[in-house]
Design a protein around this ligand. Structure first.
Ligand SMILES: NC(=O)c1ccc[n+]([C@@H]2O[C@H](COP(=O)([O-])OP(=O)(O)OC[C@H]3O[C@@H](n4cnc5c(N)ncnc54)[C@H](OP(=O)(O)O)[C@@H]3O)[C@@H](O)[C@H]2O)c1
Length: 260
């Protein structure tokens, strides 16, 4: 199958591309680096022509309304104009509708854009990737202290497994309209204490003292109250945070994206 992957040079999109290749498909990465700009629509017609499916994994933390939302809308409109019934599989975030954080709002808007367009679409929500959970815990550590938002817990997920599930959806049967797939989450939920201890052990540092920041803003309240934890009916899979951490360099790089 010819499968266009928006954000196909990104962390998740790159894994989707490699997984599709390994399965014998013909993935086509689509992002600014390949001449496709979702914020303007440049290059979309050409890349979507003849696509059997699209995985929408392009995203911008700084311009999510242009890339995640308008990008999803442009993909859907272009497919309709080309009279292509290609199935769009779009990645979203568990609990994005429960936390008033602008990037999360954009994920909800992106889901709605596909729903409103009436194309065959599957929206897959996932919890935080292991690298993001680690990044936030590392960023919250200052010397012997680690700052945590209230009672926040995370149930991070293996990005490679998420990529595999996106590929399963993209190569599987298309729905007749827009549907929400079962949410994806990793096997274990962790407190801030547990994440901080695991990172400290990995890096060979002393375990920090946890300082709880009261969730005084609605966004923080949402995180503290478990809005980003999966429902009991979520699909659980992939490596645990401990297994992922064991595969990472020491010390863990202070960045968003994981090398493997
Ligand atoms: N990180 C997490 O914990 C997590 C959890 C659940 C869901 N997600 C979702 O997973 C998705 C992918 O995340 P990621 O971490 O893989 O992101 P990423 O590494 O930042 O990749 C995003 C890609 O989007 C492309 N892009 C940005 N602006 C664009 C534009 N105007 N037109 C076309 N492409 C553009 C970029 O490629 P170019 O620079 O070449 O344009 C970039 O490689 C996002 O939708 C995110 O919400 C992430």
């Amino acid at each position: 199958m010819r499968i266009v992957v928006t954000g196909g040079r990104g962390d998740l999109g790159g894994r989707v591309v490699r997984e599709l290749q390994a399965r014998g498909h013909d993935p086509v990465p689509a992002s600014r680096r390949t001449g496709v700009d979702l914020a303007t629509g440049d290059g979309l017609d050409a890349v979507l022509e003849g696509a059997d499916a699209v995985v929408h994994a392009a995203s911008s933390q700084t311009r999510p309304q242009s890339v995640d939302v308008a990008g999803a809308r442009r993909v859907a409109e272009t497919l309709q104009r080309l009279r292509s019934p290609a199935h769009v599989v779009s990645i979203s975030i568990v609990g994005c509708d429960l936390v008033p954080y602008p990037y999360y709002r954009a994920k909800v808007d992106s889901e709605r854009a596909l729903e409103d367009a009436g194309v065959a679409a599957t929206v897959v929500r996932a919890t935080q990737f292991h690298s993001l959970a680690a990044f936030f815990a590392s960023a919250g550590r200052v010397g012997p202290l680690s700052f945590a938002i209230g009672d926040m817990r995370v149930q991070p997920v293996d990005i490679d497994w998420v990529a595999q599930r996106l590929c399963d959806h993209a190569t599987g049967p298309a729905p007749s309209g827009c549907r929400r797939a079962t949410d994806l989450a990793g096997p274990t939920a962790y407190t801030a204490r547990e994440v901080a201890d695991l990172l400290a052990t990995h890096d060979g540092r002393s375990v920090p003292r946890i300082v709880r920041v009261p969730p005084f803003l609605p966004v923080l309240k949402g995180f503290s109250q478990g809005a980003i934890l999966p429902d009991p009916d979520a699909e659980i899979g992939g490596r645990t945070f401990e297994e992922w951490l064991a595969s990472q360099p020491v010390p863990l790089p202070r960045r968003f994206h994981s090398p493997t």
